[in-house]
Ligand binder design. Sequence first.
Ligand code: SF4
Length: 297
Amino acid sequence: MEVIKARFDDTKGIPPSGLCVGIHRAGAIHKKMIRKYGDGLAVWSLRPELDFLPFKKEGLGARGIRTTNDIDSIKAKDEQLIFGVRGAPPQIRKRARDLGLELLADATCPFVIQQEEAAEELLREGYNLVLLSSRTHHGIPRLTGIAQEVGREICVVENEGEVDRIRLARNEPVGVIVQTTFWIESYKRIMTRILERFANVRVRNMACVDSLHRLPVVEKMAKEVDALVIIGWTEGMTNRMLEVALSFNPRVYKIEKVEQLQPEWVQGVATVGVIGANETPDWMVDDVAKRIKAIAG
Ligand code: SF4
């Protein structure tokens, strides 16, 4: 059996670590803050249990820094604040200011910030926001919070069938925001239906650089191997990778750790691909590749 590991060394827009730009950058910020301040750092995060996982082997989170989604648990006299890679709704940023917390660093992914700015612009211009996204995506509370600031709502659309549920008339302004992690093929299908239904549409395609470059690698691998193992846990990118891969290959499996690998998935197949998602460290992908080789014998 041949085990083929996805390589990103030469992939534009993906750091050699295999992590996405946002996670790679946030890890570097956290490590720099620890080096500089040593202790008393609190990261406010939309998914606190995930923030240090990609850097666990390097000891990030073991001391000096913690993550939480409870802004009131951070006391100005004891801790300094960092916003995590997934950003923070405006209401949380305001609460931090009200609590007098010192914002030491903002590790929000630059693509997340760009998406927020696009949403604010569309709202300012009077568009009704329609977000093309999976409903479990962690970014939804941020965009919902931005809309609520100006007394508005957002409508989340996951697939073309849901376009008919948008409660707007044909000539009302529709501002489409594409989720940072979204597959261009789903986007095209949904947009076709949106353009059939609405006359006044503006689109901001905020798919991030990782979506644009990692998902084509997934597609290529899914077409080339007999079975594909995806290692990841993120609501956005991991699930998009699964969606893409399953469109081209029925033998696709998602795991979060090497122990979840089932021998029958890879037994008797000639080629197995292994690929990590945007928060999966390279050593974890290596461990899975080694385990598959051991199963093959
Ligand atoms: S997947 Fe994209 S949007 Fe999300 S953190 Fe990574 S680079 Fe940023």
